[in-house]
Design a protein around this ligand. Structure first.
Ligand code: SF4
Ligand code: SF4
Length: 445
C-alpha cells in the first residue's frame, strides 16, 4: 500500500505534460554565464581571470568557507569577464562569463556510456570526491552534499531517504532520469550509503509514476536489495523533507530540527545521479536535466543542459516566446521562483522553466477571511495560516514565534486552497524571515 505524510497536503492537478519527452542534449550556447552563488552558503571564489582558456569540467571557482561549493566550467573557451550580473530575481551576483570555443572536456572525465558498478572508494574518499566535484542538493535547496553526508559529532544516520516524489506539478526531470538513468541513480544511492555508513535506504516515488516504480524495482532487485523502493500517494508537498520522513519512517522532525535529529539524511534522485557521475566517472556537476514546459508552449521538452544557459535561449529552443505567456517560473508553480530577467542563466539546481498564461496566474481579488479553516486543513506543518496572516499584518513578532511561523516550509498549500484569495504565503514568508533572524541572533544555549 502506498504511504503518505500524516497531516495537511493538497492535490493540485499534476499537469505533467512533458512526461513522455525523452531527455535530449541542449545545444551548447555561444556564451556561458556561470554564477558564483549557485549553492546555499558562501559564494565560490574565482580561480580564473579574463583571457584564460578553460575546458569543460575545469575547476574555475573554489568553495569559500564551511558551507560553500566548488564551481566548474560547463563549457570550453575563453574567459570573457568576471562581473556582477543580475540573477533571475534581479539580485547582483558575481558571474564568470565564458566565450564558447568548441567543447573540449577535461581528459580525466570518463565519457563512455559504460555503467561503472564496482565501488572502490572508501567513505572518506567518496565525500572528498563529492566536495571536489561541487555536488549540491538538486531537490531545490542546493545545500552542499558533502556536508549533508558528514553528520556533526554526536549525530548518527540510520537511514538514507531518497526523494523521487517529484510532487510539484509540471516537473518531469526527475521522472525522466529515473527511467533513463535508473541504475546510475541506484549506484549513487549506494555511494551515499557507504559515505554515511548506513545499511538501508528508501527511495520514495509517487504512485502517479508507475513506470518509474516498476523500473526502479526491476533494477533494484538485481544487486541493490538494500535499497527499498517505496510507493507514495500522490499528494503535495510529499517531497518536502519533513513530509517524506514522516511518510516513509513515521518519524517527526522537531521544530527547528534537522532530519539527522531523527537519524535520517534525505537526498534527491538528481543528487544521487550527480554523485554517481562524480565518484565513478570523475564528472563535476556542470550540467543537469531541465524540463521546459507550459500549456502555452508549442513543445514540451526535457533537456540535459549546461549550467549557465540563459532562460531566453531555452525559450527560443522550443519555438520562441508564446504570445499568451504571462509569467516565467524557474521550477514548479508551487515553490518555483519567478524569472524577472530572461537573460539570467540556469544554475546547478535549475530543474525547470515553466511558462504560464495570464489565465493560469490570475489571482482573484482579496476578500475577507470567512474562517472556513481550509488553510488549516491544508497546512502540512500543522500551522494556522489564517492566524499567521493576521499576526503578520499586525507585525506581532512575539505571537508569530509563539505560533511557530518559523516552521512554515513555504509550500503554498494554504494559498492554493483559500477561497478568499488572501495572499497567505506572501505575508507569512515575510514574517518567517523576521522571526528566524531573531531566533538565529540569540546566543546558543
Ligand atoms: S505555506 Fe506555510 S503556512 Fe502555508 S500551508 Fe505551507 S507550511 Fe503551512
Ligand atoms: S482558507 Fe482563507 S478564508 Fe478560509 S480560514 Fe483560511 S484564510 Fe480564512
Amino acid at each position: 500500500m502506498s504511504k503518505t505524510f500524516s497531516i495537511g497536503g493538497i492535490h493540485p492537478h499534476d499537469n505533467k505534460i512533458s512526461v513522455n519527452a525523452a531527455i535530449e542534449n541542449f545545444p551548447v550556447m555561444e556564451r556561458a554565464f556561470i554564477s558564483m552563488s549557485q549553492h546555499l552558503g558562501a559564494p565560490a571564489e574565482p580561480l580564473v581571470a579574463k583571457g584564460d582558456k578553460v575546458k569543460t569540467g575545469q575547476l574555475i571557482a573554489k568553495a569559500s568557507g564551511f558551507i560553500s561549493a566548488n564551481v566548474h566550467s560547463s563549457v570550453s573557451g575563453t574567459v570573457n569577464s568576471i562581473e556582477m550580473l543580475p540573477d533571475l530575481a534581479g539580485n547582483l551576483v558575481q558571474h564568470i562569463v565564458i566565450n564558447v570555443e568548441g567543447d573540449e572536456w577535461m581528459e580525466e572525465i570518463d565519457r563512455s556510456p559504460e555503467i561503472k558498478r564496482e565501488i572502490t572508494h572508501s567513505p572518506q574518499e567518496i565525500i572528498a570526491k563529492i566536495a571536489e566535484c561541487g555536488i549540491v542538493g538538486l531537490g531545490g535547496a542546493a545545500f552542499p552534499t558533502h556536508i549533508k553526508l558528514s553528520p556533526p559529532p554526536g549525530k548518527k544516520a540510520e537511514f538514507l531517504l531518497v526523494n523521487g516524489a517529484e510532487c510539484e506539478p509540471y516537473l518531469t526531470s526527475d521522472y525522466r532520469i529515473m527511467l533513463e538513468n535508473t541504475e546510475e541513480i541506484l549506484i549513487g544511492v549506494k555511494l551515499m550509503m557507504s559515505a554515511l555508513g548506513v545499511k538501508r535506504a528508501y527511495l520514495g516515488i509517487e504512485e502517479n509514476k508507475p513506470k518509474a516504480i516498476k523500473k526502479m524495482n526491476e533494477i533494484a532487485s538485481k544487486g541493490y536489495q538494500e535499497i527499498k523502493i517505496v510507493s507514495l500517494k500522490k499528494r503535495y508537498p510529499q517531497g518536502g523533507e519533513k513530509q517524506l520522513i514522516d511518510a516513509i519512517t513515521g518519524r517527526q522532525v522537531p521544530s527547528m530540527g534537522l532530519p539527522i535529529d531523527v537519524g535520517v539524511v534525505v537526498q534527491n534522485v538528481g543528487t544521487a545521479l550527480a554523485v554517481y557521475e562524480a565518484v565513478q566517472k570523475n564528472k563535476p556537476l556542470f550540467e543537469g536535466v531541465v524540463t521546459v514546459t507550459g500549456k502555452c508552449m508549442p513543445e514540451q521538452r526535457n533537456f540535459r543542459m549546461r549550467v549557465g544557459t540563459t532562460f531566453e535561449s531555452m525559450i527560443f529552443a522550443v519555438g520562441g516566446f508564446p504570445k499568451d505567456a504571462e509569467k516565467l517560473v524557474s521550477g514548479g508553480p508551487m515553490m518555483g521562483k519567478a524569472v524577472s530577467r530572461i537573460e539570467a542563466a540556469s544554475v546547478k539546481s535549475t530543474s525547470a522553466l515553466l511558462l504560464l498564461t495570464e489565465e493560469e496566474t490570475k489571482r482573484g481579488e482579496e476578500a475577507n477571511c470567512i474562517r472556513c479553516a481550509k488553510c488549516v486543513d491544508a497546512c502540512p506543518m500543522g500551522l494556522e495560516p489564517y492566524l499567521l496572516n493576521r499576526l503578520s499584518r499586525a507585525n506581532r513578532i512575539e505571537d508569530l514565534e509563539a505560533n511557530m511561523v518559523h516552521d512554515c516550509i513555504e509550500c503554498g498549500s494554504c494559498l492554493y486552497v483559500c477561497p478568499a484569495d488572501i495572499p497567505l504565503l506572501d505575508t507569512i514568508r515575510l514574517s518567517k524571515a523576521k522571526v528566524l533572524k531573531i531566533i538565529r541572533s540569540r546566543p546558543k544555549k
